[in-house]
Design a protein around this ligand. Structure first.
Ligand SMILES: [Zn+2]
Length: 424
């Protein structure tokens, strides 16, 4: 009954674990697809181990190299999967080798379950080396990973039979006692199997990765976004830029871009979602950098958005207040610079998308400058030129835009200037 497609088995075990807990963090030892002890896989079960090495959250994975390269008396790899120290909130597993590894020796120990007695056990069982000393219990996060892994291995290579996952103590013929919880004492493996079998695979459409992190984020007290958004309407899909990802739920959407807000996904819902769709969604508004939040007066609601090409920039103080008064991103574009002091040190500015800036000076406060007047002002040397700092926001009267600067008034006509010359 064993499975010989080793790489595919690993991929399926990881996918199954993710389905059981979308928070799972998976790391891969480079070359894992090719790594093995030279024998061919015929996987039909799995073995839990401890590494007998003390670990902690600050030193989570000291045996990484040993498990890959082996030791003088036993060459590597020494496992297929490793379980570094981790928390339940950030369960972590490391893929070491797809092909059989040197972890199980010969089988025929005291409690084999349905697994075979053989002198060559490694090709038959995947090995998880949980990185902890064994003379004290594994961390709760590691125990969680051990259960996820056991359930996934049973489902992927064991026809769903959790009894095909054993502890090394049960199969060893050389007196191994891992995985332990005290010196010479092995975990209650029947209990660990019961707990693994009891893990529920969520029904319906999966919510995974960064989107799951937002979906499970607490909003009010213990209530998460899942409570407000309801069930997913479809699976996660790519955005139009082919880089971002989004997923629609009954009452809203969650989206992210790996280069916006460190790839954290955020929620858009309600009236703002309607406006977001109407305005061209992320292609024009950018990606949300906050979940929808109440304004300080508790009447309004807002999201902040950012474009991946604009980056994340700091807006503060009077310039931020001005930006807010102009309608944030929707009214005045996205910041393309952090707040920057003017060269003469007398003021500060942010530039924004769409040929816009907000300049601040102690005497004039924060003033917006945009369009053709900004072009002309820039050409004259910005605030260091004859115009000096802007004094007030531009005023549109009819077809004429005027803006007062310290050095005088700038004027621009919106009316096309066309004159007809007699053709003779
Ligand atoms: Zn072992």
């Amino acid at each position: 009954m064993g499975r010989r497609d080793a790489v595919q088995v690993i991929v399926e075990v990881v996918a199954r674990m993710r389905l059981l807990d979308p928070r799972l963090i998976v790391t891969y030892e480079p070359g894992w697809e090719k790594r093995g002890n030279g024998t061919s896989a015929n996987y039909e079960g799995g073995i839990w181990h401890h590494t007998a090495t003390p670990t902690s959250l600050s030193r989570p994975f000291p045996t990484q190299r040993l498990l890959r390269d082996g030791r003088s008396d036993l060459r590597g790899p020494l496992c297929n999967f490793a379980g570094p120290a981790c928390t339940v909130e950030r369960p972590t597993i490391h893929v070491m080798a797809a092909h059989p590894a040197n972890h199980a020796g010969a089988s025929g120990g005291r409690s084999m379950g349905p697994l075979p007695k053989t002198s060559l056990f490694n090709p038959r069982v995947l090995g998880l080396e949980i990185d902890y000393a064994g003379n004290a219990p594994m961390l709760p996060g590691q125990r969680h990973v051990a259960r996820l892994w056991a359930r996934a291995v049973a489902d992927v290579v064991g026809g769903g039979d959790i009894n095909r996952v054993r502890g090394h103590m049960e199969t060893s013929v050389t007196g191994k006692w891992d995985p332990g919880y005290a010196p010479g004492k092995t975990e209650d493996l029947n209990r660990l199997r019961r707990e693994s079998a009891a893990l529920g695979v969520p029904q319906g459409i999966p919510v995974i990765g960064a989107i799951a992190a937002a979906y499970n984020r607490k909003v009010l007290g213990e209530a998460t976004w899942a409570f407000f958004l309801g069930a997913p309407k479809g699976t996660e899909v790519g955005t139009l830029d082919k880089v971002g990802r989004w997923q629609e739920f009954k009452a809203g959407a969650i989206l992210y871009h790996p280069e916006v807000d460190s790839g954290i996904a955020h929620v858009v819902w309600g009236d703002i979602l309607q406006k977001f769709w109407a305005m061209g969604a992320e292609t024009r508004c950018g990606y949300p950098t906050t979940d929808e939040m109440a304004t300080p007066d508790l009447v309004g609601r807002y999201n902040h958005f950012a474009h991946p090409d604009a980056g994340v920039h700091f807006i503060k103080g009077a310039i931020r207040e001005k930006w807010a008064a102009l309608g944030w991103e929707v009214g005045f574009g996205y910041p393309t610079t952090d707040e920057t002091p003017t060269p003469n040190g007398n003021g500060a500015y942010n530039h924004f998308t769409g040929n816009r800036s907000i300049y601040w000076s102690p005497s004039q406060g924060a003033v917006a400058v945009s369009g053709e007047i900004r072009d002309a002002w820039a050409a004259s040397g910005w605030e260091a030129g004859a115009g000096g700092f802007p004094v007030s926001d531009p005023v549109v009267q009819g077809d004429v835009v005027t803006q007062v600067f310290q050095g005088g008034t700038a004027t621009f006509s919106l009316k096309p200037s066309v004159s007809f010359q007699p053709t003779g």
